[in-house]
Design a protein around this ligand. Structure first.
Ligand SMILES: [Zn+2]
Length: 192
């Protein structure tokens, strides 16, 4: 595997440490705007880490060995991402929340104006049904969408608990903005 596809980072808990200190967007390499949680799966790492203990657990009950391995397969990291990648995919989230707030506001307004029916009737259950739909449909779509598009375009491997290797389909992102690691070429953007 070509080395430029890989990005090696230190990992402590969920926090990533970048070589040189300053983080960069893990999608494109720009200056980070915020942190987003990214989940990865590394079954090989889980098998390797639990090999010894699972020899013992396997003899007690296979389910214990399975659970011991399963808790290490998925892990989460706080990935720094730039403004664009921070908000990418959050449009649906914001729209869903906005719709919900709008619906709630509408109901409050109707309630204040005394237009909501006082007794359970056809109109009341229709409105309630409408509210349920508004809450559940965007939630369901969001869940579907999340499953389809992961935040980072890479796979992750771990050799030790403190070492994370991100493997990208193409070149791994390198810092683009001025930082402790000077980019190749004239460093004319460097201003303090
Ligand atoms: Zn980015």
């Amino acid at each position: 595997m070509e080395p430029e596809r890989e990005l090696k980072l230190r990992l402590s808990g969920r926090t990533l440490a970048f070589p040189g200190g300053a983080p960069w967007c893990l999608v494109c390499g720009r200056r980070p705007f915020g942190l987003r949680t990214a989940a990865f799966k590394d079954p090989d790492y889980a098998s390797r880490r639990t090999e010894g203990a699972n020899l013992v657990l396997q003899r007690i009950h296979p389910l214990l060995a399975w659970a011991n391995r399963a808790r290490l397969v998925t892990f989460k990291v706080e990935a720094p991402v730039c403004f664009r990648h921070y908000w990418r995919g959050r449009g649906a989230e914001v729209a869903g929340l906005g719709l919900f707030a709008l619906a709630l506001g509408g109901f409050l307004w109707l309630g204040l104006k005394g237009r909501l029916p006082d007794h359970p009737g056809e109109m009341g259950s229709l409105l309630k049904g409408f509210l349920v739909v508004i809450v559940t449909v965007p939630g369901f779509l969001l869940w579907r969408w999340r499953r389809k598009s992961p935040l980072l375009p890479c796979d992750a491997r771990r050799e030790t608990p403190e070492e994370l290797i991100l493997v990208y389909p193409g070149r791994a992102p390198r810092p683009r903005s001025p930082g402790p690691i000077p980019a190749p070429g004239p460093d004319r953007d460097r201003q303090v």
